[in-house]
Design a protein around this ligand. Structure first.
Ligand code: RIB
Length: 310
């Protein structure tokens, strides 16, 4: 079994299913509200775990009722909490999510305890990096935790992935030398200055991100699939036509699964297709972490849709 390290966020999600998104100053009557386990890091870790990897989650929560829900999730999944520290200095991170009937979402994230995850907590897990096969990070934790994860991954010769979400100003040089940078369209536009509307603009945007030092760039484009540019050339990989009911965590499903694919040494095109399948299945279900599919389902879709058997 391959080992995936995720340095990332754990959030308490408040998902509101609404007939339409609210506009500033407006109150909209929603349909329902569901409390669940989220956070880009934890969603990605769950996707990796259910995709068949030994997953080491490095993160931080507060000492509150929100952390209890997360704890229950880790127990039920059989995922280790050894490197999930508890701080008294901040509340557990949270996500307030609106989801419309087409499955689209808009999210407000409060970093909380995730924001105080630092290089110190990552360093405590340094031994894990010696036997890891890939390291995956996002932008919901303290920057020093991401920088330390990158340093340890590079010292140990392990592929290092940054999913640059949510977009925000980042320290100079953060993307330099990363093996895979995986923005969605919005993040891609923020970091490259180029709006992606088709393959030509995707190519131009990816070029800008490669100039920032990333070795490979993968732009996730929702229903349009993904665009890859980097050491293996460039390609557009379409995704499946499964119907979405809730797109929350689709990018996380993609990233967690892609990390597993990298850890298993899959060819880039197969890796992208495998990750597309995991993301596609996740949007057919409600919720974030709980919507992540299991390996057998993803492999079946990979065979049915792309004709690939692993
Ligand atoms: O990517 C979806 C996630 O973003 C949600 O679970 C929310 O917690 C935010 O981190």
């Amino acid at each position: 079994m391959k080992k995936v390290i995720v340095v990332g966020s754990l959030n308490f999600d408040i998902a509101v299913y609404t007939p339409r998104f609210s506009t500033p100053g407006e109150s909209v009557l929603g349909n329902s509200v569901v409390l669940g386990v989220g956070g880009k890091g934890s969603n990605q870790a769950t996707a990796a775990h259910r995709s068949g990897a030994e997953t080491v989650m490095i993160g931080q929560v507060g000492r509150d009722f929100m952390a209890e829900l997360l704890h229950k999730h880790y127990l039920e999944e059989g995922m280790s909490e050894r490197y999930i520290t508890v701080t008294d200095k901040a509340e557990t991170g949270s996500g307030v999510i609106e989801i419309d009937p087409s499955g689209q979402n808009s999210i407000i994230v409060v970093k909380g305890a995730n924001g105080t995850l630092s290089d110190i907590e990552v360093m405590k897990a340094a031994d894990e990096f010696r036997s890891a096969d890939v390291v995956l990070t996002q932008l919901e934790t303290g920057f020093s935790s991401i920088e330390k994860a990158k340093e340890l991954a590079q010292e140990n010769g392990i592929p290092f992935i940054i999913n640059p979400a949510p977009h925000q100003p980042v320290p100079e040089g953060l993307f330099d030398g990363v093996d895979y940078l995986t923005p969605n369209e919005t993040e891609c536009e923020y970091f490259s200055g180029i709006r992606v509307t088709d393959e030509t603009s995707a190519e131009a945007a990816a070029e800008k991100l490669l100039e920032k030092g990333a070795k490979n760039v993968i732009i996730t484009l929702g229903k349009s699939g993904v665009y890859y540019a980097g050491q293996k050339g460039c390609m557009m990989v379409p995704t499946t036509d499964l119907k979405s009911v809730d797109s929350t965590g689709a990018g996380d499903a993609f990233n967690g699964a892609f990390a597993v694919a990298v850890s298993e040494g899959m060819e880039i095109e197969t890796a992208l297709k495998f990750a597309n399948c995991v993301a596609s299945l996740s949007v057919t279900r409600y919720g974030a972490s709980k919507a992540m599919p299991y390996r057998a389902e993803s492999e079946k879709l990979l065979k049915d849709y792309y004709g690939i058997t692993l």
